[in-house]
Write a protein that binds this ligand. Structure first.
Ligand code: GDP
Ligand code: MN
Length: 346
C-alpha cells in the first residue's frame, strides 16, 4: 500500500513550519465549505476535527457558502467552535442556476439514461448545480476576491492527525498549486464525453498544455481498461475533491477559465453528471506542472467510505494504510498507485 511505508520515509514538513519556531503571519487563505443548513451537525463534526488537529494553532478564517441564507442557529453554532473569524456567504443566483443554454427537455431525457446506468444523484438538479459551482464558480464569489488559497471542507468528514505546520505556508513556500489526499476512479457513465470535449478543447488550445503535465496519469488504461474505454480515453482517475487545498490563481487563469467555459457550453454538467473532481483533475493534469501538485500524506482524512491514513504516531483513530472500512473490493477504486507511478510521491 502506498501509505504503508516505514516511518523513516515519512516526510514531516512540520520540521520547517512548526508554529513558534517560525512564527509568522497567516497566509492569504481560508477554510471553505459549501454546505446546507440541514447539514449543521455534520459541519460541526468536521470543524471540531479540523480545529482540534490543526486550525486552533493557526486560526484561519472559515468561509461558508450556501445557495440559501444561513440560519442564525447555523451561524451561532459554527462560530462557537472556533476562535477564528467565520464568514457566511450567499451564492449569487447567476452562479448557481442552470445556465440559459441548457435545454430542459434534453436534461430530463438525459437523467433517465443516467439513472438506468445507476449514476448516483443524476436526478438531483442541485447536485449538478453543486458540481458546476465547485468546478467553475466558487472562486469567482466576491467574498473570495482578495483570497489566494483555500482548504475545502465538507460536512461529516474526519481529520485524524495532529498537523503542526501551516499547510498554506507550505503551499506558498514550495510553490504548490494543489494538494490532495485521495485519488479514485470515477463512474465512467457520469462523464462519457468529458474526455472527448477535453480533446476538442486542447486541439484548439495546444498552448495551454504544460510541458511537465500528467497526461500519462490521465490516460492510463493498464489497471482499469473498462473505465478508460467507457470514458473514451480518460482513466477516470481523479483527486477526490471533497478534500482540496489549492491556490485559486490556477482556477482564475485564462487556461482554466477557457476550459471551464468550453465544458460549460458543452452541457455535460447537466446532460451528463460531470463532477468537479474529474474536471479539476483533468485541468490540473494537463495545464499545470505536475511537480506543483502535492500529496498530503500526513493529513489523516476520511470522507465515507475512503480514508487517507498515514503511518504516524500523530494520528488517532486511523489505521495506517487503510483506504476503506472493511470492504476490500473498494481498494480497486484507489488509483493513487497510478499517480505515484507517473508523477511520484512528491
Ligand atoms: P457527495 O460527497 O458527492 O456524496 O456529495 P455531498 O452531498 O457531500 O455534497 C458535496 C458538498 O456540497 C457538501 O459540502 C454539501 O454540503 C454541498 N452541497 C451539495 N448540494 C448542495 C446544495 O444544494 N446546497 C448547498 N448549500 N450545499 C450543497
Ligand atoms: Mn460529501
Amino acid at each position: 500500500d502506498p501509505t504503508g511505508e516505514p516511518e523513516g520515509l515519512l516526510v514531516h514538513a512540520s520540521d520547517d513550519y512548526a508554529p513558534g519556531i517560525k512564527a509568522s503571519a497567516r497566509i492569504n487563505a481560508t477554510l471553505l465549505a459549501l454546505v446546507r443548513n440541514e447539514e449543521l451537525p455534520g459541519m460541526l463534526q468536521s470543524m471540531e476535527d479540523l480545529e482540534r488537529t490543526w486550525n486552533h494553532k493557526f486560526n484561519y478564517p472559515w468561509t461558508f457558502f450556501n445557495d440559501v441564507p444561513f440560519t442564525d442557529e447555523f451561524k451561532e453554532k459554527t462560530q462557537a467552535l472556533t476562535k477564528a473569524e467565520c464568514r457566511y456567504e450567499l451564492i449569487p443566483k447567476e452562479h448557481w442556476e442552470m445556465p440559459s443554454w441548457i435545454n430542459k427537455d434534453i436534461y430530463e431525457e438525459s437523467v433517465k439514461m443516467l439513472l438506468e446506468q445507476k449514476v448516483q444523484y443524476a436526478d438531483k438538479i442541485s447536485y449538478h448545480q453543486m458540481c458546476r459551482w465547485n468546478s467553475g464558480m466558487f472562486y469567482k464569489h466576491p467574498a473570495l476576491a482578495d483570497t489566494q488559497y483555500y482548504w475545502r471542507v465538507e460536512p461529516n468528514v474526519h481529520f485524524f492527525c495532529d498537523v503542526d505546520y501551516d499547510v498554506f505556508r507550505y503551499m506558498q513556500d514550495n510553490n504548490k498549486t494543489y494538494g490532495f489526499t485521495i485519488n479514485l476512479y470515477d463512474s465512467p457513465d457520469s462523464i462519457p464525453t468529458l474526455w472527448p470535449e477535453t480533446l476538442k478543447f486542447i486541439a484548439q488550445h495546444p498552448e495551454y498544455i504544460h510541458e511537465n503535465n500528467a497526461m500519462d496519469w490521465l490516460t492510463d488504461k493498464a489497471r482499469r481498461p473498462d473505465h478508460n474505454k467507457k470514458a473514451h480515453g480518460y482513466s477516470t482517475c481523479h483527486f477526490w475533491s471533497n478534500f482540496e487545498i489549492a491556490d485559486m490563481r490556477f482556477w482564475r487563469s485564462k487556461a482554466y477559465e477557457d476550459y471551464f467555459n468550453h465544458l460549460d457550453r458543452a452541457g455535460g454538467f447537466f446532460y451528463e453528471r460531470w463532477g468537479d473532481a474529474p474536471v479539476h483533475s483533468v485541468a490540473l493534469g494537463l495545464f499545470e506542472d505536475s511537480s506543483r501538485i502535492h500529496w498530503f500524506r500526513d493529513i489523516g482524512y476520511q470522507h465515507i467510505p475512503f480514508f487517507n491514513c498515514p503511518n504516524s504516531r500523530k494520528c488517532r483513530g486511523c489505521v495506517t494504510g487503510r483506504l476503506t472500512d472493511g470492504e476490500s473490493f473498494l481498494h480497486r477504486e484507489d488509483c493513487r498507485p497510478n499517480w505515484f507511478k507517473y508523477v511520484g510521491m512528491g
